[in-house]
Design a protein around this ligand. Structure first.
Ligand code: GUN
Length: 283
């Protein structure tokens, strides 16, 4: 049987459609802060603004020059924290090199109620408790879970193997899968004999950013493969998986582009709606 293609657009559109009414009632506002001109960020931000526009969510792009210093960025964060018209905001990563070391301090400065990226310790920590406390989860893992739900792919009792341990994808995805009853293995750059683990996966997730990392001989026949990796070469956007080979043996697989990407954007918009709902109750 040919592999089921886990295309993100219909799943993202369904999620966005379910938010439209709440957006009209709550009128939330998202601010996207960008420092510098990373080309991948430019494209992600364009997609975020376009998706927000499509559902009537106010989105504002604050673009700061590459040489912006930490004090200036922290003062903008303080301004956005205090602005009652701003529901939520994100600081697009990666930051320019001179701000890399300050990333934890920058994320910590964002009011947890407005942290719609879910990158801060408060929102990440709550996720450890249970699904009910996944209030503002990071958008990419939340989008992956939504994609599995949309295509009715069971998580409970399955062996989920994740390649990648980043704070914004691999680690929170592991917790979300654990919360849903999966048995979870996390692999990373120091894992010895990666194929030994990936071959055990009922659902394999790769979030590394290395084209052709996942080859057909590393995947169990009939497995589900979710490719979260993004890298660019002269041919364009690439995932981590050898898609043409893998699709011959797996039961379902995401394309790159067009798989997880649209889900990430829709999940960010869902977080804005959730933040607006919570803020309305609290003020
Ligand atoms: N860079 C890549 N993905 C993301 C994301 O989800 N949020 C932010 N802020 N930066 C990113």
């Amino acid at each position: 049987m040919p592999a089921l293609l886990l295309v993100g657009r219909p799943a993202a559109d369904a999620l966005l459609a379910s938010l439209k009414e709440k957006i009209a009632a709550l009128n939330p506002k998202l601010v996207i802060v960008q420092v510098g001109d990373d080309p991948a960020s430019e494209s992600y931000i364009r997609q975020k603004v376009k998706s927000a526009d499509s559902v009537g969510l106010r989105a504002e792009h604050r673009h700061l020059p590459k040489e912006t210093d930490l004090a200036t960025l922290l003062s903008l964060i303080a301004e956005l924290n205090a602005d009652p018209d701003v529901t939520g905001f994100i600081v697009q990563l990666p930051l320019p090199e001179h701000l890399h070391g300050a990333e934890p301090q920058i994320i910590k400065a964002i009011d947890p109620k407005k942290d719609v990226d879910g990158f801060g310790a408060y929102n990440l920590g709550k996720m450890f408790l249970s699904t009910e406390f996944e209030h503002l989860p990071p958008a990419t893992p939340a989008g992956v879970i939504e994609l599995l739900n949309f295509y009715k792919i069971a998580i409970e009792g399955r062996h989920a193997v994740i390649v990648g341990r980043s704070n914004i994808v691999g680690k929170p995805l592991a917790i979300m899968l654990l919360n849903r009853g999966a048995t979870v293995t996390i692999c990373h750059s120091r894992t010895v004999n990666l194929p030994e683990y990936t071959r055990q996966a009922d659902i394999l997730f790769s979030a590394v950013g290395k084209p052709r990392l996942i080859q057909a001989d590393m995947v169990k026949r009939g497995a589900v493969v979710i490719d979260i990796g993004v890298s660019r070469d002269e041919e364009g956007l690439k995932g981590d998986c050898d898609f043409e080979e893998l699709k011959q043996i797996v039961s379902a697989i995401t394309p790159v582009p067009g798989g997880v990407g649209p889900m990430t954007v829709a999940s960010l918009i869902r977080n804005c709606v959730r933040a607006a709902e919570r803020q309305r109750k609290e003020y």
